[in-house]
Ligand binder design. Structure first.
Ligand code: DC
Length: 219
């Protein structure tokens, strides 16, 4: 039987960073479920599909080929055979991905894919609905939090480091919109599972958060 650690939380709460470190430390396979929704969003952009064209978006989700190659520091992502590791983090993708991921049929297809990716493995999986919907029986359930200001600051620095031209206000507004959208989804909304342990990462270093979560997992 596989061992499952689920980590949920809003954009910028630190999920991605700490999950990778913990996966390496504990020898778990790291699955970032946001990648799957980002790939659908990117493919819609590439095919000039508008957000109103729901049937076309659903068709894309049902026929998409995503390969995630787990590396120590970052995941290499192939979409229909093409390396899209950088492209899925662009501001164009980021600005539509929450709306794409609100479509019920898209979620059903992605959740099926995420469960397949996890099959038979000991994993740490991060997203929004891992502990409530994808794996409600996960062995360890964590919910990461941080203030909006701090989350916006982290994302802003990340994007600047990647050379993306964006203002702090734009990043903050984008995160606020995504939070709202992610919390209001018909299925798979971002919410705290009854039995999840909340870890607030505001004003904590990455290594403090990592140690806190590892001690929860070991317990
Ligand atoms: O974690 P991220 O920023 O890469 O996620 C991208 C988007 O995908 C985010 O706006 C919410 C959505 N998402 C989701 O709805 N459910 C998940 N399990 C993971 C991500």
């Amino acid at each position: 039987m596989s061992f499952i650690v689920g980590i949920d939380g809003p954009a910028g709460s630190g999920k991605g960073t700490v999950t990778k470190i913990i996966a390496n430390r504990l020898g778990l396979t790291n699955i970032d479920t946001g990648i799957t929704y980002r790939c659908v969003a990117l493919k819609c952009l590439k095919n000039q599909i508008k957000l109103e064209e729901k049937d076309k978006i659903i068709n894309i989700a049902n026929n998409i080929n995503i390969v995630i190659d787990n590396r120590e520091n970052s995941d290499i992502v192939h979409l229909d055979g093409e390396d899209v590791t950088q492209e899925i983090r662009s501001k164009e993708v980021t600005s539509i991905v929450s709306q794409i991921s609100s479509i019920k049929e898209v979620r059903l297809a992605m959740v099926e894919l995420q469960r397949k990716l996890a099959k038979g493995k000991d994993i740490i999986m991060e997203g929004r609905d891992i502990c409530t919907y994808v794996f409600p029986n996960a062995d360890v359930k964590i919910y990461l939090e941080a203030s909006l200001e701090e989350r916006a600051n982290r994302r802003y620095k990340e994007m600047k480091d990647k050379g993306i031209n964006i203002s702090f206000e734009e990043v903050k507004h984008n995160i606020e919109m995504r939070d709202k959208n992610d919390k209001e989804k018909e299925i798979g909304a971002l919410k705290l599972a009854q039995d999840s342990i909340v870890v607030d990462t505001t004003n904590k270093t990455i290594s403090e958060v990592v140690e806190e979560i590892i001690s929860i997992i070991k317990r």
